[in-house]
Ligand binder design. Structure first.
Ligand code: UD1
Ligand code: CA
Length: 455
């Protein structure tokens, strides 16, 4: 089967009015990736060699988005929404190129799994002209029913055109199907719109193919993989299913999730074995974690690389460009952005490190801030190997703390500190013996005098 060429035609011309959104429905994200991009990924995993996207509503926005996740896809605009067969025919030019298989998919069915698509393609390889992906939803209402006779699929009847007896059928059309490339255009061109909705139904090709004596079959996919998204409640349901699958995969791959239902992954999160993730952790896009790391509770991590045996959180925020090398530590209420924390360095408490390098083994005291921004531009702070930055210091970039440099607590460092130097960036302390007691007595008698005057 892998030898056969395959065009995936993804229908995404619907308006998605029930999303109540200015953005096209299929661009709403699951795990940080537009749902139509999930569909594209599934098509690719089922070895589709070509990709045609049928778009309508918000065509410009769609084209721009598609560029990002499927740069090789061709887009076709369906000007009027006249039904699913009409939508597929918008991609006529691509279909006419002579692929072995045409895989029709919906852009709003993001959980479709590649195995179900591959199973339908396999039926074509075995000689079927059409293989429809069916499923058994808890309630069949609203779906097209699959009408079978002797192991053959003879028709798909839309709910509105069903007889009472047909309405009782539980096996439904998931919407997706594989069609032999040499039959697809011929069958689609025969579809009419003589039905309750007056639409050109893709599903009609089942009967048309049967009438020509061609082999038509149904395969079965899970209910989840056929879940279509129409509103934001369904979007959240799909997200929950996606997350549950991903958590399970992570755990089976050797990651400990203490409270899995509270950990959120992105579509591209990479996480190595023997990493422990405590409850309530969020992984935004672009996170790569090696093995043996500890991610403590309530950490928010995106665009970050975390090497093996690092310790992060609780309550850490790692933003894009955070690059933690082996055994680095970023503790509670610390934010790291566009900065490398080299091997074994510690940034343990209440600190902001942005546009910086923290050298191996350096220790950054509580409350340290890299002042990287002057309201217009960003500047770099370079902290050398083994440096020590005392608590509550402000490092005003651009600035360098040399190897083994030592910054006294409470410093505002505006000039670079050479290797092994000690820098004070604050006024020296002055201590006046007995003055504390004297001051207290003065304040007490002034308060007493005020009270007497008021009586
Ligand atoms: C369709 C199926 C139905 C199946 C159900 C599964 C048909 C005729 N019916 O019904 O058997 O049970 O899906 O969810 O295929 N679209 C376009 N252009 C159009 C019409 C539709 O791009 O002119 C796109 C929509 O954006 C959507 C998909 O095709 O992604 C399905 O269309 P929709 O109108 O939702 O079909 P259903 O009535 O749900
Ligand atoms: Ca639908």
């Amino acid at each position: 089967m892998s030898q056969r060429s395959c065009l995936s035609v993804i229908l995404a011309a619907g308006e998605g009015t029930r999303m109540k959104s200015a953005m096209p429905k299929v661009l709403h994200a699951i795990a940080g990736l537009p749902m139509v991009a999930h569909v594209v990924k599934a098509a690719e995993a089922a070895r589709a060699t070509g990709l045609a996207l049928v778009i309508g509503h918000g065509a410009d926005e769609m084209r721009k988005a598609v560029q990002k996740f499927a740069p090789k896809a061709e887009t076709f605009v369906q000007e009027k929404r006249l039904g699913t067969a009409h939508a597929v025919l918008a991609a006529r030019e691509a279909i006419a190129k002579g692929y072995d298989d045409i895989l029709v998919m919906f852009g709003d069915t993001p959980l479709i799994d590649a195995a179900a698509l591959a199973a339908a393609r396999q039926k074509l390889a075995e000689g079927a002209a059409v293989a429809v992906i069916g499923f058994r939803p808890p309630s069949p209402t609203g779906y097209g029913r699959l009408i079978e006779k002797g192991g053959r699929l003879v028709a798909i009847r839309e709910e509105k055109d069903c007889s009472e007896a047909e309405k009782k059928i539980g096996f439904c059309n998931a919407g997706m199907m594989a069609v032999a490339g040499n039959q697809a255009l011929r069958l689609l061109d025969k579809v009419g719109n003589n039905n309750a909705k007056g639409e050109f139904y893709l599903t009609d090709i089942v009967e048309l193919a049967g009438a020509d004596g061609l082999d038509v079959v149904a395969t079965e996919a899970s209910f989840e993989s056929a879940l279509g998204i129409n509103n934001r409640a369904e979007l959240a349901e799909a997200e929950a299913i996606w997350q549950a699958r991903r958590r399970r995969d992570a755990m089976l791959a050797g990651v400990t999730l203490i409270a899995p239902e509270t950990v959120y992954f992105s579509h591209d999160t990479e996480i190595g074995a023997d990493t422990i993730v405590e409850p309530h952790v969020w992984f935004g896009p672009g996170v790569k974690i090696a093995s043996g790391a500890k991610i403590h509770a309530f950490s928010h991590i995106e665009g970050a690389t975390i090497a093996s045996n690092c310790d992060v959180g609780p309550f850490a925020r790692l933003r894009p460009g955070a690059d933690l090398r082996q055994k680095a530590k970023v503790g509670n209420f610390c934010e790291v952005k566009q900065a490398t924390i080299e091997e074994g360095a510690k940034v343990n408490h209440l600190t902001y490190i942005g546009d910086a390098r923290v050298g191996a083994g350096a220790n950054i005291g509580a409350g340290t801030i890299t002042c990287n921004y002057d309201g217009f531009s960003k500047f770099f702070t370079d902290i050398g190997e083994g440096a020590f930055v005392g608590s509550n210091s402000a490092l005003v970039a651009p600035v360098t703390i040399g190897k083994g440099g030592y910054v006294a607590s409470g410093s505002v460092i505006t000039e670079s500190v050479p290797d092994d130097a000690l820098a004070f960036g604050r006024a020296r302390q002055k201590t006046l013996p007995g003055k504390g007691k004297e001051l207290r007595e003065r304040f007490a008698s002034a308060a007493a005098a005020k009270k007497r005057a008021a009586e």
